[in-house]
Design a protein around this ligand. Structure first.
Ligand SMILES: [Zn+2]
Length: 94
């Protein structure tokens, strides 16, 4: 039996959250969950989804690109540019 620290709801649940109000039973679980959510925001899929959801696509794309650039190290962005150039060269060579 678990008792919710927020609303006092008692439940036999094996969940980490209260079925009544959605509060976490444990601070540690809450922290882990929030970290996972935070990381999920930076996946390519999440980025793509945000661009697709945006009313104006182009500003959304620019915003995501700016974020990606700020996360990458200079070496990584250089490697990315080289890869892009290589792909371009291949496309135009055919
Ligand atoms: Zn609750």
């Amino acid at each position: 039996m678990k008792k919710c620290p927020d609303c006092g709801h008692r439940s036999q649940t094996t969940d980490f959250r209260c079925p009544e109000c959605g509060s976490y039973y444990s601070k540690i679980i809450e922290l882990i969950d929030q970290t996972a959510e935070e990381e999920a925001r930076y996946t390519w899929q999440a980025r793509w989804q945000r661009v697709m959801d945006a009313d104006k696509k182009w500003p959304a794309i620019q915003l995501e690109l700016a974020q990606i650039r700020s996360e990458l190290s200079p070496q990584a962005s250089l490697a990315l540019i080289v890869v892009f150039m290589f792909v371009f060269a291949l496309v135009f060579a055919i």
